[in-house]
Design a binder for this molecule. Structure first.
Ligand SMILES: *Cc1c(COP(=O)(O)O)cnc(C)c1O
Length: 375
């Protein structure tokens, strides 16, 4: 018994995992509390759509509920129905994309709250209330300039009249979504705010649900009564290109499956897009574009080992990618060793920038092949 070394049991070589994804639920909760402090006196909900941005909606929502969060949002009815049993009974669970025809009965049965985006959805939700013989709750979404979802300005008078006439539906919030909250200086923010103020006046005294992550950082004008941050909970930067006040939640390391030394003029990877200019030491790492390391990182991005930047060379494959480890001491990075992809040396945003995308897309495409450790 006493001869077993736990490090031998735990290292990647013996457990066989291609990579380790660590999700720090403590940091998640601290980010939530920070947003609560920033948004006060507004209430802060948690957007846990797309499996909580890829991090695991059940684990994330349970941790946030324990920290006192009582309002959650997902995108689709199916996500809401799956998550409902994991939430406290008194928690609101909003469905941002609204109701597709046929989802009404299931959404009502699961005590989920649709975001109503059109008269057709409102009519169907009212019909469901009649079938159920009880009042059903909803949010109303307004298009204040994003042209994605919600009632248009021209709809508002008729909608107001219909709401007055709908005792079967209880409207919890009037809602809208900011299109440019990641760029606080964008004129689109002020323009959407001014439109939202008109909605607030017309639908008074209904409370507002407005700010996403970027909006929470833009001050009280944007908060409304209920804020809806997503990315900031998960450690992503709410404002592009600015200092990130949130604590990192995700770290990712991937395992070396092979190292080798090749001579000058060696083609690397699919289509031989990278050709060595001198003798080069290479490591093949056990994750690729199927694991959220987008193909756009081919010959652009890097991983880190002991603080040393190791550039990705050649195309990223589905299940692997190759990095140049010539800068490391010989035998520093061997079979089963772990290279840092997201961590102290490389932020989520830096990785996303190299991939020509945003943190949201990296997180939501991490996939399910890594070993996941929740702290
Ligand atoms: C995704 C989403 C959010 C959360 O946005 P973040 O930028 O991640 O904070 C809030 N509201 C709506 C309607 C959304 O679609």
């Amino acid at each position: 018994m006493d001869s077993i070394d736990w490090r031998t049991l735990m290292n990647a070589e013996t457990t066989g995992y291609p990579g380790y994804l660590t999700i720090d639920l403590g940091a998640l909760v601290r980010n939530y509390r920070k947003l609560v402090a920033m948004a006060a006196p507004a209430t802060v909900s948690a957007v846990v759509k797309a499996d909580a941005y890829g991090l695991g909606a059940t684990r994330v929502a349970e941790a946030l509920a324990e920290a006192g969060c009582r309002h959650f949002f997902v995108a689709h009815a199916g996500e809401a129905i799956a998550l409902r049993p994991h939430l406290p009974e008194d928690a609101m669970l909003g469905v941002l994309n609204g109701l597709l025809p046929g989802a009404e009965a299931a959404v009502a049965a699961a005590h989920c709250t649709p975001v109503i985006n059109s008269f057709a959805q409102l009519a169907r939700w009212r019909a469901q209330a009649k079938i159920e013989g009880r009042r059903l709750q909803a949010l109303l979404q307004f298009d204040t300039g994003m042209s994605r979802l919600g009632f248009s300005p021209a709809d508002r008078a008729a909608l107001h009249a219909e709401i007055q006439n709908s005792p079967d539906i209880e409207i919890l919030y009037v809602m809208s979504h900011l299109a440019s909250a990641d760029e606080p200086d964008s004129a689109q923010n002020a323009s959407q705010l001014s439109e939202m103020r008109k909605v607030a006046e017309e639908f008074a005294p209904l409370p507002l649900c407005f700010a996403n992550s970027g909006g929470v950082l833009m001050g009280a004008d944007y908060h409304g009564a209920l804020a809806r941050p997503g990315i900031a909970l998960y450690g992503g930067a709410p404002h592009a290109g600015a200092a990130n006040p949130m604590e990192p939640v995700v770290s990712l390391s991937i395992a070396v499956v092979q190292t080798h030394t090749v001579p000058a003029s060696t083609a690397i990877g699919y289509s031989g897009t990278h050709v060595t200019t001198g003798e080069t030491r290479l490591a093949t790492l056990a994750a690729g574009y199927a694991d959220g390391l987008h193909r756009a990182l081919s010959s652009r991005g890097a991983v880190y080992f002991q603080g040393q930047r190791l550039p990705i060379v050649g195309r990223v494959s589905m299940d692997s990618m190759t990095v140049d480890i010539s800068a490391l001491p010989a035998d520093a990075l061997t079979l089963g060793a772990l290279a840092e992809v997201i961590g102290p040396h490389q932020t989520l945003e830096a990785l996303a920038a190299d991939a020509g995308t945003i943190a949201y897309e990296i997180l939501t495409s991490l996939g399910h092949r890594y070993r996941r450790d929740y702290r």
